[in-house]
Write a new protein. Structure first.
Length: 138
């Protein structure tokens, strides 16, 4: 008599050959691998998006700081031309700093002190804001 290495399936009551049991195990292994790979891919995609957002924020902050420094230079040049100049509001159109972002400068002069407030990108609901102060003479 031949001994069969088969087990009875509890659900159907039929005998299952060992190869049939291995096929089910292979599917489980493949599905587990797909879940792991998908989880890793989602984590990588989130990290990449977060990094991109952080880099964008750093660039916008730096551009705002440079805009404020340019405002100080502009104020000093304007004062050299006209000593009575007391400041102004300057709109920097899109395309000057970045193709889609515009900026704004608020320059005021009081008691020999220049105050420049830069807003960038000014079309945003909450733009970056940098304030720089300096004396009339550099």
């Amino acid at each position: 008599m031949k001994t069969m290495n088969a087990h009875r399936d509890a659900a159907s009551g039929r005998f299952m050959h060992p190869h049939e049991r291995r096929k089910g195990g292979a599917i489980v292994v493949v599905l587990a691998a797909l879940v792991i790979v998908s989880t890793l891919w989602v984590a990588w995609a989130r990290r990449a998006m977060s990094d991109r957002r952080q880099i964008r924020e750093i660039v916008l902050q730096q551009q705002t700081e440079r805009l404020a420094e340019a405002g100080l230079m502009m104020a000093r040049q304007s004062l050299q031309k006209d000593a009575a100049w007391t400041g102004s509001r300057v709109v920097v159109p899109a395309g000057t700093i970045h193709q889609t972002n515009s900026g704004e400068l608020a320059i005021s002069i009081q008691n020999g002190l220049i105050t420049v407030v830069a807003y960038y990108p000014s079309q945003e609901e909450i733009p970056y804001k940098v304030t720089r102060t300096g004396t009339v003479a550099p």
